[in-house]
Design a protein around this ligand. Structure first.
Ligand SMILES: [Zn+2]
Length: 93
């Protein structure tokens, strides 16, 4: 990430800027919210499909996983969009 103080490039995991030694802001960022929403939506969809589709054989597991993954990627996009909107509202950066 870029330090808001001196614009030096730094790693977020470091916590502080190597250049000006100021701590990085720990507030929620839009990208973080987007990633969390996308992941949550994808996971919920996958679990829901696996729970809804009756599994009687190994082929059913494969089919439900296939459908689940397809739907999960679709809902992940929707989740990312929601996260983007929410991130715009709640994030300062
Ligand atoms: Zn700095």
């Amino acid at each position: 990430m870029i330090c808001p103080n001196c614009a030096a490039m730094g790693r977020r995991s470091d916590g502080v800027c190597y250049n000006c030694h100021q701590p990085f802001p720990s507030g929620l960022r839009r990208q973080t919210v987007m990633a969390w929403f996308a992941a949550a939506f994808a996971l919920i969809t996958l679990v829901a499909v696996i729970l809804i589709v009756p599994i009687r054989s190994a082929a059913d597991i494969g089919a439900s996983l296939c459908v689940g993954t397809c739907l999960a990627s679709a809902t992940a996009s929707a989740g990312a969009l929601m996260g983007w909107i929410l991130g715009t509202i709640i994030c300062e950066h």
